[in-house]
Design a protein around this ligand. Sequence first.
Ligand code: DQA
Length: 139
Amino acid sequence: MKILILNGPNLNLLGNREPDVYGYKNFDDYFGQLQFSLKDVELSHCQTNSEGEIIDRLQEADKDFDGIVLNAAAYTHTSIAIADAVKAIKTPVVEVHISNTYAREDFRQKSFFAPHTKGVIIGFGLQSYELAIRSFITK
Ligand code: DQA
């Protein structure tokens, strides 16, 4: 099974960025851990700060992956273009957030993607990614 983790803006700063909200671990270290604990899954990871690149990656992944774990960060709350891409592709997408967006500002409580996803996992720290990946494995 091939899964793409697609991370959006500012998630390259994990470990340094607001550690009280997002934790102290950087994503590369966490990704290594994930690959170790999910040996039967072929994982790929991509991070971009650009909205258009998220759309390009979603469209490309539609050919090559069985599932996509998407944390589009702040674009979740603003981007109809990414929502259209999630809707357009056939590969199932699970939306993920590290922080509990429902316990934060009002503007973080709207996701334009959620209605077009397989499901949404919010607020379990970096473990949200593992839970999302496992949702593709467990029938
Ligand atoms: C986030 C939540 C978003 O509201 C925020 O803009 C992010 C990260 C999360 O993973 O908790 O950058 O997607």
